[in-house]
Design a protein around this ligand. Structure first.
Ligand SMILES: [Fe+2]
Length: 530
């Protein structure tokens, strides 16, 4: 019996002459892509491979097939979709598509899937119009809110009346979520053809993941939690993180080397790694960097790496922040900072989160109330880690002020189930234009009150009231100001950063039925004088 392809191929990292292709198969085998091969590794009885394809030509488009033990398994016979291919970076327009929060399937009341609409349109376009990169900014799977179909499947495994009920608990159940999310034919084709970078947000693990030390203490008391968090991280490593790394990083990665060199099931190795990663967030760096010529994408982990000491919180530990700062340096035309959580929110919310952070540190009832609000209202964005908010502002200001500053510095985010764009300014003029672009959800609920709430939150008089309150409780003024440029808007959407040399623009497109409709085109750079 020959091996079968279960999931993928996912085209992940593409360099000038190399690419990585990820697959899940039903049994152990050798995977071949364009003559480069990898043996599958085993995790909890599942089989995966990440094939590093070498010898590609720069600026070339190379159709590819996947073979398992020499047998052709991809593309599927009779597929009407264009041949999947690896396109190494060349000259011309660069497009990066991004979004977050995608539920699979066809649930009532959540509209149509913007990423599937994107794939449908892409399949009709000439490949010169195809994007060079796709960025999934979190909530790739909803481990705590599975679909009705996934719940039915969970019910065949165990009694859902017992904790944690209809949430996933272990690796097999996570594998099912990824299978459910990534097998829709158009999406599967998109993921086989556009190199994809990913980072988790809370729902890939659980709502409010790592919002505070109090939250971690609450969760640690639940008997099912240790297995859940462990296998959340094991599955994230297998399904999402591995493909974020390039061939050189993989060659140096001790965990990857140990897993792919291991005889038999590597689950014990990955369990140990995941337990360490959860217990000591400094032991692993989930943040990563990807260069596309003179365009740099720096992905910041804003979930797993948090330091939660009351009075001394930070989004990532000091060493990781230094790594982020160091990697923002270099000769580049555009810096894209990926952060699942928006950096710049409406001013009143931003100040509200900073006020709440201080209140959480107070003893007694006030502190407990503040902690409850932090959890209930999701007050856990950058401003709720105010030292990190300020450090990111300094980083951006420094990059934007350099003599050889990039033309644009843009923070790309998701999470908040609506989309908007804001432009940042600093006390003195800087050389780069700086924006916050938020695009969420790709396919999820976006109740109308969210848009109304956020519209009110951007209201200047309310911002002034909150600012005065913030000063009164000792929150220092930020070193950055920002203005809303567009939004907030609700429907399912994807956004594109489109770059030509030093020029860059953002395009927001919303899903209407099977179609995508352009909602906004926003310049991200100052056009050169003509
Ligand atoms: Fe979400």
């Amino acid at each position: 019996m020959t091996a079968q392809l279960l999931l993928g191929p996912l085209l992940r990292h593409v360099g000038e002459t190399t690419a990585t292709v990820w697959v899940e198969t039903d049994s152990s085998c050798e995977v071949d892509v364009l003559g480069s091969t990898a043996r599958t590794f085993e995790v909890y009885g599942h089989h995966y491979a990440l094939v590093v394809v070498h010898g590609l030509r720069p600026g070339a488009s190379t159709p590819y097939e996947v073979r398992l033990d020499g047998e052709l398994v991809w593309p599927e016979p009779g597929s009407a979709l264009p041949a999947c291919r690896i396109r190494t970076l060349g000259a011309g327009t660069f497009r990066l598509v991004f979004g977050s929060c995608r539920r699979p399937g066809h649930e009532r009341g959540i509209g149509s899937d913007a990423l599937i609409a994107y794939a449908r349109r892409m399949a009709e376009f000439d490949e010169s119009e195809w994007p060079e990169a796709l960025l999934l900014l979190g909530d790739q799977v909803y481990a705590d809110e599975p679909t009705a179909e996934a719940k039915e499947w969970l019910a065949t495994r165990r009694d859902l009346r017992r904790p944690p009920g209809a949430e996933v608990t272990d690796f097999d159940e996570y594998a099912h979520l990824y299978y459910e999310s990534w097998t829709e034919p158009l999406l599967r084709w998109l993921l086989s053809t556009v190199p994809t970078s990913m980072i988790f947000d809370d729902h890939d693990v659980r709502d409010d993941w790592n919002t505070s030390r109090a939250w971690r203490e609450q969760m640690s008391k639940k008997p099912w939690w240790p297995e859940r968090i462990r296998d959340a991280l094991v599955s994230y490593w297998v399904y999402q993180h591995l493909g974020n790394l390039g061939p050189d990083e993989l060659a140096d990665d001790e965990v990857f080397k140990a897993v792919t060199g291991h005889d038999g099931d590597a689950a014990p190795l990955l369990r140990e790694f995941a337990q360490r990663a959860d217990a000591d967030s400094t032991s692993v760096r989930w943040s990563y960097r990807r260069d596309f010529g003179r365009i740099r994408l720096l992905m910041i982990d804003t979930r797993a790496g948090r330091m939660l000491e009351p009075g001394d919180r930070s989004m990532v530990d000091d060493d990781e922040f230094t790594w982020i700062e160091d990697n923002a340096e270099g000769e580049i035309d555009h810096l894209l900072l990926g952060s699942s959580l928006p950096w710049l929110l409406p001013h009143s919310i931003s100040d509200g989160e900073s006020i709440n952070e201080r209140a959480c540190d107070e003893p007694g009832l006030r502190g407990r109330w503040a902690e409850m609000l932090r959890q209930v209202l999701d007050m856990e964005h950058w401003a709720a880690f105010r030292r990190s908010f300020d450090r990111l502002a300094r980083l951006i200001r420094r990059v934007a002020s350099r003599r050889d500053a990039p033309a644009s510095v843009t923070v790309l985010s998701g999470d908040v189930h609506h989309h908007y764009a804001a432009e940042a300014t600093f006390g003195e003029p800087v050389r780069s234009r700086v924006h916050q672009l938020t695009c969420s959800p790709v396919h999820n609920e976006a109740p109308a009150y969210i848009a109304w709430g956020f519209r009110i939150a951007w209201w200047r008089p309310l911002a002034a009231v909150m600012r005065r309150w913030a000063r009164r409780v000792g929150v220092a003024p930020a070193d950055v100001d920002w203005q809303r440029v567009w939004g907030p808007h609700l429907p399912n959407a994807v956004a594109t950063v489109e770059i030509d040399g030093r020029e860059s623009r953002a395009i927001y497109e919303r899903a209407e039925g099977d179609e995508l409709v352009t909602a906004a085109r926003l310049p991200l750079t100052t056009p050169p004088d003509r």
